[in-house]
Design a protein around this ligand. Structure first.
Ligand code: ADP
Ligand code: SF4
Ligand code: MG
Length: 348
């Protein structure tokens, strides 16, 4: 796909927060793009800047204390230069957002049917009975059993999985070009999680929309992504087609995330160590304090430039720079290969 086919083009996206403890850079000069009908996953541990990055795209970061810079283009239109009203229009017509916790994103005072038809009627001039019919059709489409009876239910009458389905229906009501799904399955048990991922895949085929999917779990990425952006401490560590990322995870951080996939009954406590202090990120590679391969070149200057190691597969690690032997980091991936998840394996 050529660059011109991209639906969304994000360049040099940087989001800082002014806080009582000083300036914090949550997203630091991040670039990525999403093609039409494509699913791009941003993956990284909690605190990596995934939510802030996605909310910066659609103007959901409160400024101040936030400050967002860089360019975000949707079909060539610069969202950063739009005023609040224009952005609201884009959020209604072009980009829909679903969140980790539908509990927080829904209004508890109104029935789900009311909320869906409201979302529809804000953007389209549809009479009430037609809106109700379309709302019920959508709830059926997202797999809510007995949709016409559930239409008038209040959020507290639905289970977690049913609420997330209703949220997806609400997001789809405006027929968005891009669906941003921020950890939409994290609060759900694995069986419901698998159902929701399957649903999103089906809906994408039916509606032809693009999806920006955010998760901390590489296992989920395998189920849904076309392309993957691995983020750590506000920076991109590795990016590539999903197949390449799983076949050849090349950044030590991606390899560490691979080890954390909860598959085959293997217990894991996550990656040893913690993210760097966001107020005072280390020089050089941000992963250096936790990386077994770190050497002194890893702790000077900025995060290493991303280097293309094969087509569309880029890695930000000094071992891929000229003069280095990249097999040092590639080999650790081979060691973990025997125990890592196979592509497409499901949790249920
Ligand atoms: N409103 C805010 N004010 C200050 N810091 C924030 C705010 N929102 C997020 N952050 C910080 O930005 C960083 C990235 O957060 P976030 O995007 O939520 O991470 P993720 O979604 O990857 O778990 C974290 O250090 C977080 O504490
Ligand atoms: S640049 Fe250095 S610290 Fe960073 S991932 Fe590569 S080897 Fe590890
Ligand atoms: Mg988040």
């Amino acid at each position: 796909m050529s660059v011109n086919d991209n639906l969304l083009e994000v360049k040099n996206l940087t989001t800082e927060f002014r806080t009582d403890n000083g300036m914090l850079t949550a997203v630091d000069a991040v670039d990525f793009s999403i093609g039409e009908g494509e699913t791009v996953c941003i993956v990284g541990e909690s605190g990596s800047g995934k939510t802030v990055a996605t909310e910066s795209i659609t103007g959901l970061v409160k400024e101040p204390p936030g400050k967002v810079s860089g360019t975000v283009e949707l079909e060539g239109k610069d969202l950063q230069s739009m005023n609040k009203k224009e952005l609201r229009q884009v959020r209604g017509d072009n980009i829909a957002h679903i969140f980790q916790n539908p509990q927080e994103a829904m209004n508890h005072c109104y029935s789900i049917g009311w909320q869906i038809t409201e979302a529809l009627q804000v953007h389209q001039d549809v009479p009430d009975d037609e809106a109700r019919k379309r709302g019920i059709d959508l709830l059926e489409r997202v797999g809510l059993a007995n949709a016409s009876a559930r239409f008038d239910d209040y959020p507290h009458e639905l289970s977690g999985g049913q609420k997330q389905r209703a949220m997806i229906a609400m997001a789809l009501v405006g027929n968005p070009d891009l669906l941003i799904a921020d950890e939409p399955t994290t609060a759900l048990d694995v069986t419901v999680q698998a159902q929701i991922l399957k649903l999103l895949n089906e809906l994408q085929e039916d509606y032809g929309m693009s999806i920006l999917f955010v998760t901390h779990d590489l296992g989920v990425v395998a189920e849904i992504a076309d392309r993957v952006v691995v983020m750590y401490a506000g920076k991109v560590m590795e990016r590539g087609d999903v197949f390449d990322i799983f076949e050849e995870p090349s950044h030590p951080y991606t390899q560490a995330l691979m080890e954390c996939i909860p598959d085959k009954g293997r217990e894991t406590d996550g990656i040893p160590g913690t993210l760097p202090n966001p107020y005072n990120t280390p020089d050089g590679c941000r992963f250096a304090p936790r990386c077994d391969h770190a050497n002194e070149d890893c702790t000077i200057g900025d995060q290493p430039e991303e280097i293309e190691i094969e087509r569309n597969h880029e890695v930000s690690c000094v071992y891929y720079q000229s003069g280095y032997d990249s097999s040092v980091v590639r080999d650790s991936e081979l060691e973990s290969d025997s125990s890592s998840t196979e592509m497409g394996a499901t949790d249920d």
